[in-house]
Design a protein around this ligand. Structure first.
Ligand SMILES: Cc1cc2nc3c(=O)[nH]c(=O)nc-3n(C[C@H](O)[C@H](O)[C@H](O)COP(=O)(O)OP(=O)(O)OC[C@H]3O[C@@H](n4cnc5c(N)ncnc54)[C@H](O)[C@@H]3O)c2cc1C
Length: 475
């Protein structure tokens, strides 16, 4: 007898990945459910892709603005054209995603239902005008913007990342709440493409909490200097109200003082929360909250329910959603057979397109702090872009990189806040995940390319390890 699996959120990144893996199992009958209109998932429609698309226009203006070799009037970003081109691309990518799911549904064992799924009880799910009782359920319903519960915030219009991606006009000034990865991408866009005076507020004392000390400070200075932004850290908005001219007034507690900031528009980039509102979880024994999903991707309260992607509230980024999807699909098959389940354990791997992607941040594997916390012995070496002629020649000499290696040479981690750090994350993923010995990585620089900064790190680490070994030998 076949096993019936329902996937709620099948057009999304996580849901579609589970669907593709399970559709090949002849013993599984799949019901794929999604009520998205038009459907295609967050990453394609309002997340990773459209955000990179719009900031690429602002990046060109930024590069021209800061280059004193260019003369003439600085071009403006045509917001109408930017949004139009973004829409052309996203609708094509989303169409592709939908077709790939629809083609799965051409198989006899797979059906696609374009309706909202709502739990009636632990076993029964209402999908449109029918009910189903699957053996396993995959919840992959994604996330929605999290607007912070600040006193008075409901009395003013709050713009989220989705509004920014569709905006064809902006006011003269902005208050931005939140400089996490979304705020770090979009706040400079408001400044460069929108021409806004931006005041950005974050509750954390330093940007980039996942990075070692220094990276966040340098990025905050970059935003202040390059985008003329007021960056208020260790700061908390305590009250919001509308001004007489239709703008916003935000009261902020910063450094034990109270400041009042006024602007035309308020933007909230304060993270995302699991999209559970239409799912009827209150009719089940599931209790969403912190750590409600195990490393096997099973809900702690029901071993037949798997929760993947943003909705589990763990790490709301795309490649993690896909990894979790693979774990869930494999574990559904294992659970059916009564076999042991595997746990999802991903190596830290984040990329943030800060500074309009001219000064992106990437971390792969351990920072020095993370190595310390894990009780690992390590050696850390740094390299600054300004000391590398290649970065100077390419007019991008800001920022720096750090490599963390174990005493036996194993590469433990890389952090980069510099031009092309996003592209270098892949190389460093190989070095970290394949546990390469830094002393054995070929010392061959493709000159003059920006990854020479990695060669510099490898060389420095090799030298430092040799010095360390020598010191130990002479003791
Ligand atoms: C501005 C922005 C920029 C981002 N940039 C990056 C980036 O650069 N890199 C990166 O890795 N990540 C980025 N992300 C995060 C990334 O987009 C998400 O982590 C990823 O898209 C989550 O995928 P998912 O499958 O969990 O959810 P989704 O793709 O949102 O899929 C959820 C699906 O569930 C459906 N659904 C929901 N409820 C129901 C229901 N009750 N019944 C039926 N169907 C339902 C929805 O229609 C949707 O199709 C960004 C996000 C934002 C907002």
């Amino acid at each position: 007898m076949s096993t019936h699996v329902a996937i709620i959120g099948a057009y999304g990144s996580a849901g579609s990945a589970v669907a593709r893996q399970l559709a090949d199992d002849p013993e599984i009958e799949l019901t794929l459910i999604d009520d998205g209109d038009p459907g295609g998932g967050l990453c394609i429609l309002r997340g990773c892709m459209p955000s990179k698309e719009v900031i690429s226009a602002a990046k060109h203006r930024f590069a021209a603005r800061r280059d004193d070799r260019l003369v003439g009037d600085l071009p403006e970003v045509d917001l109408e054209r930017t949004v139009e081109r973004k829409n052309e691309h996203t609708s094509s990518w989303a169409g592709h995603r939908r077709s790939s799911i629809e083609s799965l549904a051409e198989r006899e064992t797979v059906e696609l239902v374009r309706e909202t799924a709502t739990f009636v009880d632990d076993r029964v799910i209402e999908v449109g005008d029918r009910t189903i009782e699957p053996d396993y359920v995959v919840i992959a319903t994604g996330s929605t913007p999290n607007v912070p519960p600040i006193d008075g915030i409901e009395s003013v219009p709050v713009n989220t990342s989705a509004d920014v991606l569709d905006a064809t006009e902006f006011g003269d000034s902005a208050v931005v709440l939140g400089l996490g990865y979304i705020g770090l991408e979009l706040a400079p866009y408001l400044s460069e493409a929108g021409g806004m005076d931006v005041t950005a507020i974050d509750i954390l004392p330093e940007l980039l909490p996942e990075a070692d000390d220094g990276f966040g400070e340098e990025l905050a200075d970059y935003y202040r200097e390059e985008f003329d932004m007021d960056v208020l850290l260790d700061a908390q908005a305590s009250h919001v109200e509308e001004t007489d001219d239709g703008g916003v007034r935000v009261t902020v507690e910063v450094d034990g003082e109270t400041e009042v900031v006024e602007a035309d528009q308020l933007f909230s980039f304060t993270g995302r929360k699991p999209a559970l509102d239409r799912l009827g979880v209150e009719n089940t024994s599931l209790s969403p909250g912190e750590e409600w999903v195990e490393d096997t991707m099973q809900a702690g309260d029901d071993e037949r329910v798997f929760v993947v992607g943003d909705v589990n509230g763990r790490e709301p980024i795309l490649h993690v959603a896909k990894e979790q999807a693979a774990t869930a699909a494999t574990n559904i098959q294992a659970h059916r057979e009564g076999d042991a389940l595997t746990e999802h354990d991903s190596i830290h791997h984040h990329v943030i397109f800060s500074g309009l992607a001219r000064l992106p941040f990437a971390r792969v594997g351990h920072s020095a702090d993370a190595a310390e916390e894990a009780g690992l012995d390590y050696v850390a070496v740094d390299s600054r872009a300004e000391n590398d002629g290649v970065f100077k020649a390419k007019d991008a000499s800001e920022g720096w990189a750090r490599l963390v290696v174990a005493p036996d040479g194993t590469v433990l981690g890389y952090q980069g806040l510099h031009y092309h750090a996003d592209a270098m994350a892949k190389t460093m993923q190989l070095a970290v995940e394949m546990e390469l010995d830094v002393r054995e990585i070929p010392d061959r620089a493709y000159h003059p390319t920006t990854p020479e900064i990695l060669d510099a790190l490898f060389r420095k680490a090799t030298e430092k390890l040799a010095e360390r070994d020598e010191a130990t030998a002479t003791q």
